[in-house]
Design a protein around this ligand. Structure first.
Ligand code: UT7
Length: 324
């Protein structure tokens, strides 16, 4: 049986840093509210000419390098994004062209902040059925371009960035690679987190709108249930987790998950303070930060989870790297 191994990871953050104090210059907010309620201290912002595909390519190049692969070794590219370069073609095909990965088929996945766990699950399914031996899964966002900068309840929460992983289908020791995943959606909650625009509705891009308190409650409850589910599928317990690599929306949500799983601080990757919520990019950005810091090592069991607009949510267990 082939395993779907995670053999490379990379990330990219735009250069411009916006601190909480920077935001308080033009919207009625302050550093202490943002820090206390969210854990966010700063976020990155892409330049107007910097596109989601540009961020994605930078992250993908690093992931390819860390896996020891070249662009033409890749046969599938999946980009999870809510902020595509254009309505079509898929940002993944633009990334393919910029990378020169012409042996790949490429498409986007849209599940907002849950996009990366959705894309991992889609890749796992395709690769397990023989489509794609070497797949790039990328989460990339220029989310600041979707923000209403006069709405303090949303504009302080988000940032830009990209993260990428290389997945490889290989005969391997059991228990490595993607071990279990679960996906859920509940469209009844569309109105608590959405964008008030779109091609077939307003014809304009629109801005993010959120009822934060409601989303918060759903996040804590649904992510906990999803994590129980993947642990049960894999016949593992929370004690087996080496690293929780959660979606980075709010440190209070992350802390609630950490408490539920009874994990020590040393077992949770937290990047929300300097990345803010980068939507589909947040998990691979956190993953890359964990690997670069020498925390996440081959053989470690990673628990990934995310929730976002839809509502859509999911969780995934991955044993990182290759055996040996
Ligand atoms: O990635 C997708 C998933 N998204 C999430 O997981 C986000 C989940 N939600 C959250 O993270 C939190 O609900 C927020 C951070 C968005 C908000 O925190 P909260 O503790 O739920 O605050 P709240 O919305 O209940 O607002 C409390 C107060 C309000 O004032 P009043 O009505 O009590 O007078 C807000 O107007 O804080 C006020 N407020 C602000 N004050 C200063 C809201 N935004 C700001 C702000 N600066 N930026």
């Amino acid at each position: 049986m082939k395993q779907i191994l995670m053999t490379g990871v990379g990330s990219y953050l735009p250069e411009t840093i916006l601190t909480n104090n920077d935001l308080s210059q033009f919207v009625d907010t302050n550093d202490s509210w943002i820090k206390q309620r969210t854990g966010i201290e700063s976020r990155r912002k892409a330049k107007p000419e910097e596109l989601t595909s540009d961020l994605a390519v930078r992250a993908a190049e690093k992931a390819l390098h860390s896996a020891g692969l070249a662009a033409n070794d890749i046969d599938c590219i999946i980009v999870a994004t809510t902020t595509p370069d254009c309505t079509f073609p898929a940002t993944a095909t633009i990334v393919q062209n910029k990378l020169g990965a012409f042996n790949a088929f490429a498409f986007d996945v849209q599940a907002v902040c849950a996009g990366f766990v959705y894309a991992l699950s889609v890749a796992n399914g395709l690769m397990s059925s023989g489509q794609g031996k070497n797949t790039l899964v990328i989460g990339a966002e220029t989310f600041t371009k979707l923000l209403d900068w006069s709405d303090r309840s949303t504009c302080v929460l988000f940032g830009d960035g990209a993260g990428a992983v290389v997945l490889q289908a290989e005969e391997s020791e059991d228990g490595y690679g993607i071990i279990a995943n679960t996906l859920h959606s509940d469209g009844r909650y569309k109105d608590i987190l959405y964008v008030d625009g779109g091609v077939s509705s307003t014809g304009s891009i629109g801005h993010v709108r959120m009822q934060g308190r409601d989303v918060f409650k759903h996040a804590v409850e649904k992510l906990a249930a999803a994590m129980d589910e993947v642990l049960s599928i894999a016949e593992l317990t929370a004690d087996d987790i080496d690293w929780l690599v959660p979606h980075q929306a709010n440190v209070r949500i992350i802390n609630a998950m950490q408490k539920k799983l009874n994990l020590a601080d040393e077992k949770v990757i937290k990047t929300v303070s300097t990345h803010a919520n980068t939507s589909a990019a947040s998990i691979p950005l956190a993953l890359a930060a964990g690997v670069e810091a020498g925390k996440i090592k081959p053989g470690h069991l990673l628990a990934l989870e995310a929730i976002g607009g839809g509502l859509s949510w999911g969780a995934c267990l991955v044993r990182f790297g290759r055996p040996g």
